[in-house]
Ligand binder design. Structure first.
Ligand SMILES: Cc1ncc(COP(=O)(O)O)c(C=O)c1O
Length: 391
């Protein structure tokens, strides 16, 4: 878990009254509590159950990564290619760079199988944490200083951890009237009831949200006023709507007024394509540098958040591959610490090498290697390329 002390727009407020009974009751895992003793010289630990890396049957892992500029930024040059030929011809070979992760690190800070394949902290590998933290700082620019990032195993698992951490059975969860069925499947068995909020062309309506909260009648509804809002602001699933910054501000202000936590599930953030134009009316857009590209996107709720009441979930599922089962939270450190405890008691940590399914070799080692290879500018270039490709 990393926190950012550089910007100083405030440090957020105490929101611990939102924690669920389960989360309040959850203590640090006893094994995690022992970790501080593990580095003591001469200590022979029989407690952690850590197998020796010597016996891991992997000597090294090697992969080929597509180069970051595999997809052109110019829509014209892309569409002028003959797709049929491209699909069936081997002449246009994909350009790649290779990486190898050895069992033992050659240089300090290298990824190694010795640590990647070992039991690890629920918070994620430090190298990946650093990349993710820099990314959030530069792209989402949270509006308060002490935010934290925490690796998770994709937004599905991330949302499950959120539900366990801030919702109690019998409570309501505000959602758009059309929403992601995967999220509903998570809350339903906990007896958490969906409270539908009306929608318009920008997704969740702030008018409907205010009305729901202002007119909440506890005895008629049989439950307290809801304190959690789940929203998919960009490329809303299933309607495809995208929410502009003015609407986000309105929703955020209402949530401040009624003390509501915003859960921002945003897998499609980079797939913002602007107003729809038929292909015949499109003109080639100038290539944008990273700053201009970020400025052209509707910002995350994080940028508006000066109190630390936004829990943002990002995933690599749509920008790298779903089989990676990897993503991260950005939220205030109090929530991040609780999510870390929840992860310790479920997956323990996200996958070190493979998903435990046959023939599936997509891994955190791979994603970390990929991002270490591309770094920030390379990943941004990749994102810009896939946005243009998808248009
Ligand atoms: C809104 C939304 N949230 C979460 C997910 C799943 O994300 P992940 O693969 O990170 O679990 C999807 C996938 O379709 C989605 O549309």
């Amino acid at each position: 878990m990393l926190s950012n002390e550089k910007q100083d727009h405030g440090t957020g407020i105490d929101l611990s009254h939102h924690l669920s009974a389960v989360s309040r009751a959850r203590k640090i895992s006893p094994l995690r509590g022992l970790q501080k003793y593990m580095s003591k010289p001469g200590l022979v630990s029989l407690a952690g159950g850590l197998p020796s890396a010597e016996y891991f049957p992997f000597a090294s892992v090697t992969g080929e990564i597509l180069v970051q500029n595999s997809f052109p930024l110019n829509t014209e040059s892309e569409s002028s290619r003959n797709w049929f030929w491209k699909l069936f011809s081997r002449a246009e070979k994909e350009r790649t760079t290779s990486f190898t992760v050895d069992k033992y690190p050659k240089h300090p800070g290298d990824l190694s199988l010795e640590s990647s394949l070992q039991y690890s902290l629920a918070s994620g590998q430090p190298q990946l944490q650093e990349i993710v933290h820099e990314f959030v700082e530069r792209v989402f620019q949270p509006g308060y200083s002490k935010w934290a990032t925490l690796i998770h195993t994709g937004n599905t698992a991330g949302f499950h951890a959120v539900v366990q951490t801030i919702l109690n059975p019998g409570e309501g969860l505000m959602v758009s009237e059309w929403t992601y069925p995967g999220a509903m499947a998570i809350v339903q068995p906990y007896d958490i009831r969906a409270i539908p909020i009306g929608m318009d062309i920008e997704g969740m309506s702030s008018i409907s949200l205010r009305q729901t909260l202002a007119e909440w009648d506890e005895s008629a509804r049989g439950m307290a006023r809801p304190h959690v809002l789940y929203v998919i602001p960009i490329g809303q699933n299933p309607t495809g709507t995208t929410m502009g910054v003015a609407r986000k501000r309105e929703i955020y202000d209402i949530c401040v007024e009624y003390d509501v936590i915003i859960v921002e599930d945003d897998p499609y953030f980079f797939l913002q394509e602007g107003k729809y134009l038929p292909k015949s009316e499109r003109v080639p857009e100038p290539e944008l540098d990273d700053e201009a590209f970020i400025a052209s996107l509707a910002p995350s709720f994080l940028k508006i958040d000066y109190q630390g009441r936004v829990i943002r979930m990002d995933t690599f599922s749509k920008t790298v591959c779903p089989g990676a089962r990897l993503g991260w939270f950005t939220c205030n450190p109090m929530f991040a610490e609780r999510f870390e405890r929840t992860t310790e008691a479920s997956a323990a940590a996200s996958c070190g090498l493979t998903q435990m399914r046959m023939n599936q070799k997509r891994t955190r080692v791979y994603v970390a290697s990929l991002l270490l290879n591309w770094r920030y500018t390379g990943y941004m270039r990749w994102l810009k390329g896939i946005v243009i490709r998808g248009m």
